[in-house]
Design a protein around this ligand. Structure first.
Ligand SMILES: Nc1ncnc2c1ncn2[C@@H]1O[C@H](COP(=O)(O)OP(=O)(O)OP(=O)(O)O)[C@@H](O)[C@H]1O
Length: 314
């Protein structure tokens, strides 16, 4: 059975320029209920500007935004009640405690979740009495997400919630994002981290220079790439067996390219299993020992490079 989920956000032809800079250059997409939808792109790609226009914080030069069936110009208050925007950590009240920050934000809304419940979701119950100024970067980000959840929104916006955090603190944020999905919430996330987009997202929208270069599930984006895979082999007995294996690999029609650096051989093949089978046939026959073998999986980073021709930098 196919479950058709309703559209919670539709963006059509969004544009924004700042003087000579076109920050957002005709962006269109649709987000369905319950999705984690990630906008990823390098610095200056237009992620924040796109998000802020959708959040009603910046006025687009052109384009249409429909949130939960409503438009900003006609239903500003109704939209604000049903969305949650993660504030910058600099907007938290430094001298108030975690709990007091949550209570203050809760007082702005009629519909709200219990502070207790939010403390559990963001895993800060043990730190509820601490002032914000003594929290770690990761704890501040978790509190900021908690503040975005306080009005029990249907749609939550998280703008680079993990930038600058260490790997463990980033994972703690991922857990919260996944919890949001299990609560049935829709999350729109921006990030520079490809691995994060891959792990968390139902769909990823890759932007570069204000335009969408690719949009799909991480699996589909990676699957659309060439079937070519990179095989790495390191030979125990050094350069000579590696050079022989190089010539065997070059004779395989599935192999598109070979590169050898001393005892290390890299083989690009559109049929990696078949190529490896051939190479292992040769090494077994010649009693050549292979120290290490690996096949590099394609990632969203390869998708970005394939679509833009540019290297990715975090
Ligand atoms: N208020 C502004 N005035 C002038 N230029 C702006 C303004 N806001 C954004 N820009 C420019 O628009 C482009 C897109 O910026 P934006 O912040 O949306 O990108 P981003 O993808 O969020 O980048 P980052 O990952 O660095 O946050 C950049 O070239 C930026 O310098």
């Amino acid at each position: 059975m196919t479950v058709v989920r309703e559209s919670v956000l539709a963006v059509q032809g969004l544009r924004k320029t700042f003087g000579a800079v076109t920050a957002v250059d005709g962006i269109s997409f649709e987000v369905r209920g319950g999705e984690i939808f990630t906008i990823i792109g390098p610095n200056g790609a237009g992620k924040t500007t796109t998000l802020e226009m959708i959040e009603g914080l910046q006025q687009p030069d052109a384009g249409e935004i429909t949130i939960l069936g409503m438009k900003w110009d006609r239903s500003r208050n109704a939209i604000k009640m049903r969305i949650g925007v993660q504030p910058q950590t600099s907007a938290l009240f430094d001298l108030l405690t975690v709990e007091e920050n949550l209570e203050t934000f809760a007082s702005f809304y009629d519909r709200k979740r219990q502070v207790e419940e939010i403390l559990d979701y963001i895993n800060l119950a043990d730190h509820r009495g601490k002032r914000v100024k003594v929290l770690s970067g990761g704890q501040k980000q978790r509190l900021a997400i908690g503040l975005a959840m306080i009005n029990d929104p249907d749609l939550i916006f998280l703008d680079e919630p993990t930038t600058g955090l260490d790997p463990q603190a980033r994972r703690n944020i991922w857990d919260i994002v996944l919890k949001l999905r299990s609560l049935g919430k829709t999350t729109i996330l921006t990030t520079h981290y490809m691995e994060e987009a891959d792990k968390l997202s139902d769909r990823v929208c890759i932007v570069d220079q204000g335009r969408i270069v690719a949009l799909d599930t991480p699996k589909a984006l990676i699957g659309q790439l060439t079937r070519e895979r990179e095989i790495h082999l390191t030979f125990t007995e050094g350069d000579i067996p590696a050079a022989e294996a190089e010539s065997i690999a070059l004779g395989n029609p599935a192999v598109t390219r070979v590169k050898r650096e001393g005892d290390h051989l890299i083989v690009w093949s559109i049929k990696p299993e078949e190529t490896l089978y051939g190479l292992f046939g040769f090494t077994t026959e010649r009693s050549i020992q292979v120290e290490q073998v690996s096949i590099r999986e394609m990632s969203l980073e390869d998708v970005f490079i394939a679509y833009t021709g540019k290297e990715w930098r975090d």
